[in-house]
Structure formats: C-alpha cells, structure tokens
Design a binder for this molecule. Structure first.
Ligand code: LLP
Length: 418
C-alpha cells in the first residue's frame, strides 16, 4: 500500500497536493507519507505477531528524524551502523533496548558510546571486533551483549552490490569461526553472546533465500544445543523487496507464512531489521523540468534533480517509476530523464514514455523513500534538498534545504596560500 495517488488530474500524497508542496518549498525535494510508513510497519508487526518480534528499522535506508520518530511512536526500534545513527536514535527518544548495532568497522568511540547507552546488542562481524569490544567493555567495567553475525554463505538473487550473505562479501563470521567463538566464549569475560544475526542482502523478492538462510541457522543452532550452547535472540536482518516496476514481492504475510514456522521452532526472541520494506514506497522525489532537448537522435528531459540527489539509477541501474505530477494531454514521447550533473551516468530514468512536458512541469520519481536522501551528496556543489513529511492534510518541512553557507561553513583556505 502507498498513499501517493492521483485524484482527478493531480498527484496527491495522502490529502496534500504534491504541486502545493512544490509551490511552498521549491524543487527538488523528497516527500514522505506518514500513513504509508505506519501501514508498512504495522503490516510486519501484525504478520509476525505470534513471535512478537522487535522490529528494528534499518536507519541507513532513511535517517530523517521525523520518519524515525513516526516509527518509534508505533513501537519500532532501530538497526544502526554508526555513531551518527546512534545519536539520531537517542535524540528521538528511542528505547536503547530496541537498538542493535551492525557494521564491519565499529570504532572504539562508537563501541564505548553504544555500550554506555545500553543497547540491546552489537551485531559483531569479525573475531578482532569481538576482541576489541571485550577490551573496551573491560575498561568500562561492563559486559557487552553481542550477537554474532554469521555469514550463512547463501546467495540472495539480488544486485551484486547489495548481496551480503556469501563468503565473497566482507560481512559476518563464517560458521566454523562462529562455533569456535561460542565454545570459547568464557575467554571473553566482558562479552555475553546473546544472539545470532543474519542479513543476506537487500531487495529480495521471494522467500526462498530467507528460508534457506534460516534453515541453515536452525541446523547450526541445533548442533550448538547438542553441545550445550544456548542463546536468546535470533536477528533475521532485513532485505524484503518492494515494487519498483513489475516485481511481485512477497507481502509481509507471505513472508511470515513462509518463515514463521521456522522461527517459532527456534523458541528464540526474534529481531528483524527491515528498511526498504517500510520506507521505500513511502517516499517520492519531486523534480521539475528545465528543458526538453532533442538532439535529432534522442530526446532528453533535463530536470533540476540529479544523481547527487538520487543515486540509485546511476549506481545500481535501479528502475524508479517516473510520473508527471499533473496528468497531461501532451503527446507521449520517449525520453531519457536526466539531471544537470556533468556525468553521462546522471540519469533518473532511460527511454521512458512520458508526455512532452514543458519547463517548470513537475515530475515525481516514485519509490524513492529508501536509500534516496541518505545517499545524496553535494557533488557539483549542489545543496542537499529538503525532506517533507505529510500526515493527512498537513505537511511540514522536516529538513530544510541546505544553503550555500552550509556548504562553505567547514572550508578554510590555509594562510600559506594567501
Ligand atoms: N540489516 C543490515 C545488517 C543491513 O546491512 C541492511 C541493509 C538492512 C538491515 C536493511 O536492508 P533492507 O531491508 O533495506 O533491504 N543502497 C542499496 C541498499 C543497501 C542495503 C545495505 N544494507 C540500495 O539502494 O538498494
């Protein structure tokens, strides 16, 4: 479900006309729907209610404070990967006991501050990291709760850049080392291994790879039990795919039907880390037409938003549906929708059938709520765009457009150049 729909000829987000937001904040901008965020979160919570999981929203997919606050208001915790994300979670008043911390490269400061905050557990990705957490916890007179992220060596049938659960990837600990760590855990006096964690990749549209990974974990758990080793939590990561074009992804209910029996069998407390599923279709990116260019060979719709604002098409060749914000009777033409950045790879969509729009007409790039704003940059010295949240009839700018002063604030020219 998502709450971006045409009423008569205008695209609305819930009860707000997208073009009215454009009038108020200028273009480009990201626009999120409160209702859609809540709907997606509650769909997961309901489908998995039997195991009452802690749903830790993967903040890396969208770190907007108001999005986070919305999800926390409805019971979400957070999957974080950095000090910045920890600060954001604490700032919106997230329950530390619903925060899990992944990342292959946690620094000493990050570990100490997360330990002080009393997070649920660290998802540990290597033996040296476990040793480091043990050392820091000892120094602080604490026992650090950890889950070992295992690399189940399962292919996830998704884009190469976002598959994570095979031994070719840098993530997680191989099963042999995990077993050894669990057996030798007494060696680490300031660590309590409370769980196992898997995350096999992202934008996975069928349950099969998840089932394969979970089955592997269960087999592993059973063999551990026979050796007298017990844990409390199983964190099954994120990765559930969404519709960008013509995918037919599992719903939360299908996903639960497929894996809940396995989860129940473990008897463990379940943690989930969905990102894209919750926020992907809860956001759009709105941009306006600058020029329609025809070079005799091809037509280009040149818009004011580019790869620095939404990099997924350029980076992963990802498809995002693009629609005119106001339905137009102009004849349909085939165009590449491109940004102003000085790179051939700067496009939002290629060979799209769109009406022959004119200067200042608005376009909406759909399904842009996940890995959109968070991956944006200042490339070409462009200001990052605002993020706007809609709730019913209301909307608010939740993050202002950057100014050129913001961009220059941290730069200085050393005196030896003067
Ligand atoms: N948990 C861990 C440990 C992760 O690494 C990720 C995503 C998630 C959860 C959330 O996965 P999701 O439910 O969103 O699939 N930038 C790429 C996606 C990178 C995913 C990184 N890890 C994209 O735009 O497609």
């Amino acid at each position: 479900m998502h709450d971006f729909k045409f009423k008569n000829k205008d695209l609305y987000c819930e009860n707000v006309k997208v073009s009215d937001v454009a009038k108020a904040v200028g273009t480009p901008f990201y626009l999120y729907s409160h209702n859609t965020l809540v709907d997606h979160l509650t769909k997961i919570q309901r489908a998995f209610a039997k195991v009452n999981p802690i749903v830790c929203f993967a903040m890396k997919s969208n770190g907007n404070l108001s999005v986070l606050k919305t999800l926390a208001n409805y019971g979400a915790g957070f999957d974080i990967v950095s000090m910045g994300e920890l600060k954001k979670a604490l700032l919106i008043g997230a329950d530390p006991k619903k925060i899990v911390f992944a990342s292959v490269g946690k620094t000493e400061d990050e570990i100490a501050i997360a330990l002080k905050a009393g997070i649920l557990f660290f998802n540990v990705e290597s033996v040296p990291e476990l040793e480091e957490i043990n050392r820091i916890a000892k120094k602080m007179g604490k026992v650090a709760p950890v889950a070992l992220r295992i690399n189940p060596d399962v292919a996830a049938a998704t884009h190469n850049f976002i598959t994570t659960g095979t031994l070719k990837n840098k993530f997680g600990i191989d099963l042999t080392s995990t077993r050894r760590l669990l057996k030798e855990q007494k060696k680490y006096k300031n660590i309590k291994i409370t769980g196992l964690h898997i995350h096999i990749g992202s934008q996975i549209v069928t349950a099969k790879p998840f089932i394969n990974a979970i089955k592997k974990v269960i087999e592993f758990l059973e063999s551990l039990r026979s050796e007298g080793i017990r844990i409390e939590y199983l964190d099954i990561g994120g990765g559930m795919g969404i519709i960008y074009k013509d995918e037919n992804p599992q719903t939360a209910q299908n996903y639960s039907d497929a894996i809940l029996p396995y989860l129940e069998k473990t008897g463990l407390k379940i943690v989930m880390e969905p990102g894209r599923f919750i926020v992907g279709n809860a956001g759009i990116f709105v941009t306006k037409v600058l020029y329609l260019k025809d070079n005799g060979f091809k037509k280009f719709l040149i818009v004011d938003g580019g790869m620095n604002d939404l990099i997924r098409p350029s980076l992963y060749d990802a498809y995002h549906e693009i629609v005119a914000v106001k339905a137009s009777k102009a004849k349909i033409i085939k165009v590449d929708v491109v940004g102003p950045i000085c790179e051939s790879g700067d496009f939002l969509g290629k060979a799209r059938e769109l009406p022959a729009l004119k200067k200042n007409d608005l376009l909406a790039v759909l399904s842009a709520g996940a890995y959109g704003f968070v991956m944006s940059s200042n490339y070409n010295v462009r200001c990052r765009v605002p993020e706007v949240l809609v709730k019913g009839k209301e909307f608010a700018v939740t993050k202002k457009r950057e100014t050129y002063d913001d961009l220059l604030r941290n730069e200085t020219i050393p005196t030896f150049l003067k």
